[in-house]
Every structure is written in C-alpha cells, then in structure tokens.
Design a protein. Structure first.
Length: 131
C-alpha cells in the first residue's frame, strides 16, 4: 500500500522544533481520516511554556502524500490558539514530516511516526482496541 493509499487513522508520536534552538516538544496525536478529511486530538507538555500540559483538536485534509491541518489549542493561555501544519507522508505511510507555522509569529519543523503501525490505524478507524 502506498502513502497515498494508507489511512492516517491511528496513534502518532511526534516532536516539533522551535526556530530559536529551544528544546523540541514531544506530542501524542490521534488522527482520524475519512474521505480525505482529517480530524483528531493532540496532547503535549511544553517545557518552553513551563511544562504546561496542552490539548488541541485537529482539523485538516489530505491529498495523496500531502497533509495539511490546523491545530486548535483548547485554551488561549499560550498567547495564540491555532497552528498550521503542512507535511509529507513517507512511502510506507508511517511518518509525516514538514513545517508548522503560527502566521506572522514564527515557524519550525515537525516529525511524527505511527505508534504501533498500520494495524493500529485500521483498528482505530473501526473502533477496535489494539493491544
């Protein structure tokens, strides 16, 4: 199955990098893909923001091996509430890498990989528990 055919639904583990060399921020994501539309959630603990636990929702789309989504933080305490992501899916459909952008403020890189493989993505899509 090519990247364009592999569903993105499932658990992902990633990091995003700040442009000023601050420490990378790890995050956990659960994505759901249906008909080229992507939704989901992201959780992260940002050391740069004094170890604040942040949650966000995801809304976006996919076109072949290209993914675009917006991350909407649940609280506006960070001084911003949305971050734009633009990424590419690798040939195996197991990794997404690209750029994030807070318009007019700054941007950086990100990478995320499937937590447990394509089987988890299919199971999440079908509402099954993966062990």
């Amino acid at each position: 199955m090519s990247a364009a055919e592999t569903p993105l639904s499932g658990r992902w583990i990633g990091i995003y990098n700040y442009p000023d060399g601050s420490p990378s921020v790890p995050f956990d994501a659960v994505l759901l893909e249906s008909g080229g539309l992507i939704s989901g959630t992201i959780e992260e603990v940002d050391d740069w923001l004094d170890e604040v636990h942040l949650t966000a929702t995801v809304d976006g789309s996919r076109d072949g091996a290209t993914v675009r989504f917006t991350k909407f933080y649940d609280s506006g305490d960070e001084g911003f509430d949305t971050v734009l992501y633009d990424g590419a899916i690798n040939a195996e459909g197991t990794e997404i890498h690209g750029r994030w952008d807070i318009p007019g403020t700054w941007s950086g890189s990100f990478i995320m990989t499937r937590e447990t493989g394509a089987e988890a993505g299919i199971a999440v899509e079908q509402g099954e528990t993966v062990r």
